[in-house]
Design a protein around this ligand. Sequence first.
Ligand SMILES: Nc1ncnc2c1ncn2[C@@H]1O[C@H](COP(=O)(O)OP(=O)(O)OP(=O)(O)O)[C@@H](O)[C@H]1O
Ligand SMILES: [Mg+2]
Length: 473
Amino acid sequence: MTLYSEEALTPRKIVEYLGRYIVGQDKAKRAVAIALRNRFRRRRLPSEIAREIVPKNILMVGPTGVGKTEIARRLSELVKAPFVKVEATKYTEVGYVGRDVESMIRDLVERSVQMVRERKTAEVQEEAEARAEERLLDALLPPRRAKERVADVMSFFTGQTTERREEPLSEEDQRQEHQRTATRERLRQMLREGKLDGREVEIEISESLQAGIPLIGGPGMDEMGMNLGEMLSGILPKRKKRTRTTVSDARKILQAEEAEKLVDQESVAQEALEKAQEEGIVFIDELDKVAATGSAHGGPDVSREGVQRDLLPVIEGCNVNTKYGPVRTDHILFIAAGAFQKVKPSDLVPELQGRIPLRVELNPLTEEDLARILVEPENSLIRQYQALLSTEEVSLEFDDDAIREIASLAARMNREMENIGARRLHTMMENLLEDLQFEAPEMRGQRVLVDARFVRERLERLVADSDMRRYML
Ligand SMILES: Nc1ncnc2c1ncn2[C@@H]1O[C@H](COP(=O)(O)OP(=O)(O)OP(=O)(O)O)[C@@H](O)[C@H]1O
Ligand SMILES: [Mg+2]
């Protein structure tokens, strides 16, 4: 979903868009908006200057459940640039079992390839549709007269293709040919109107070899995201397979196949590498989880620090090999995030701190924020429950007092137990509406008004009972 052209995507517009989903956190919104706009600005500069301008990587710091990941998610919907979101905890130091840090760049390139391929496929869509239609018609009504097909088969064995004599067609043949063309056109019409969609047809499709060859690869191959099957499938001729399916499925298969033939895969790879390199954005979530906990104890911390060290060159700028070719990471924008509650950003290895110079803090959510989060975002929890229950023809409404009551209880729970930010609202709402969700099918046509009393009746007991609330809220 891209809503604006890049040009129109001013920092103000970006913040406005983020504001449709995220309450408050203005500093973080502004920082990512500026970073995004700077990518656009940079790409309009002559390459000598552009080369010098490296992205200002951002570190978003804030307690759990206040919108860090949400900002990243919404940002990714907004940009046309290749974007991946990864969790730092997924990686292990090179040499250990697990994913190495460089694989995040390979994921980015993969995403970029997918985007470029989608675009190019869309460009050839019309042509692919036309070709698929001809192939479908051929399948429905084999094209040539039997005599000619025999000649074709013969020429295949003799190698003499020019042999077919241009016999003048007999009157009978001409009549038949005419009829056949007319039938084909009639079929075409029916095909376009979808009248044949349910019919079965036999088509010939090329079978990808990829699936057939087990993954054998030496050291390094896997690291580069290669597998032998995939490599061979590019070299070996594709095997053909005949298969019966419905016309509507056949159309999809043939269209995809024709589109793939029409798109130049080499140029897709080239363009995708360039795009990842120049415009790519990597969001590294949970960065605090790879920070050492301070005091000297070995074990897992050693490996965590290893992950941080592996991150250094990637963020600073290095070459990463991918199966499409090498990609440089200098201009990729990194946005990192973490709660940093048990550790501080200063617990990261110093070099890494230096490479993520921009710090933005996200604020803990106040009661007021929680109330707004319940109603304002386009995907707010209240709207979600309303939508779900509307399918049972139950209309659900909340009055202002109810919202205030829920927010106040949520804030209290966050204070008295653990502060889990807006996530608290999820468990509260689920408990609040449990009965209703169970009974809704028997309540068709009813309108339910949730007011402060409704909230208190259902939640106060849970809040008051310290054992219950530990498990329920
Ligand atoms: N400021 C906010 N406005 C609207 N919704 C929010 C806000 N903060 C959090 N939420 C909602 O709360 C949930 C958790 O938020 P999110 O995943 O962004 O937390 P986080 O900051 O990444 O926390 P963590 O450090 O635990 O990863 C999401 O459903 C999100 O939509
Ligand atoms: Mg998060």
